[in-house]
Write a protein that binds this ligand. Sequence first.
Ligand code: SF4
Length: 256
Amino acid sequence: MEYRHVPFITLSEIKPRVWITLSGCNFKCKGCFSPAKGIAGQKMDVDELVSLVKKASLDYYQKLPGEIIITGGEPTLNRSYLLDLVSKLNSSAVIIIETNGYFLDEEYIEELIKVGLSEIMLDLKAYDEGLHRWYTGFPNKTILENARTIHEKINLIIKTVYTPGIIDEVEIEKIARFISDIHPEIEYRINDFKPLKGLSRTPTDLEMENAYSAAKKHLKNVIISRSCRREKTTPKKKSWITVFPDGTMKRRSLKN
Ligand code: SF4
C-alpha cells in the first residue's frame, strides 16, 4: 500500500473545483511559501484521498467537482501513487497537475494522459540556468524540454512567481520569449511573491504591470494575479474552504 502525506484539500466557493495538496517536494526554493514543502499532514492511501475529495464535494456542492487540481509540494514525486490517483478521480472532471516538472518525461506524461489527466500547469521558476540552480537547487534543462513535450501532448499552462530583485521583469521576459518559441498562445501566469524569512518582498502593482507588458510582447495569453492559481478573479465575499483529512472544514480568505 502506498501513501502520501496530505495536510488538506481545498474547495472553491466560486464553482465546484477542488485542490488536492500532496506534501513533500524535491526542490529547495529559497522563497517557498508552501505549507506543503516538507512532509505535512496525514498519511493517506489513494482510496482514502479519493473518498475525502468525493465526500467533501458532495457535502459542500451536492455534486462531484468539475475540476480537480493536484498540487503540493510536488505531486509527481511518487509516480505510481499519482497515476493511481488520477485514474481513480477520473469521473467527468477536468484533472490538472501543478508541478515543477523535474520528474516528468515523455513516458510519464503519456501515462498521466492515458489515465485521465487533462492539463499540466508547469511552475517555471527561472529561465537562466544558474539562477534556477541557485533558487531551487536543481538545473532546469529537463524542465524546459518537458515544457515542449507537454505542449505537444496536452494543454500546458506555465506559471512564474515575480520575486523582486531575483525573478523580475527581465527574467520574466526571457521566460515569455522561450514560451513563445514553443507556441505564442500558451497561457502564461505571473503571480506575486509572498515574502517569508526576509527573502525579497511583495512586488508593487507597477512591477507586476511592467512584467505583464514585457511578457505580452511575446505571448497572447498573459495573466497577472495576486490570488490563487486557478481563480483568475476572486469575487467579493467568495473564498475557499480548507478540508482536513478527518473531514473537518474551515473557511479562509485571501488573507490566510
Ligand atoms: S517547487 Fe514549489 S513546493 Fe517545492 S520548494 Fe519550490 S515553491 Fe516550494
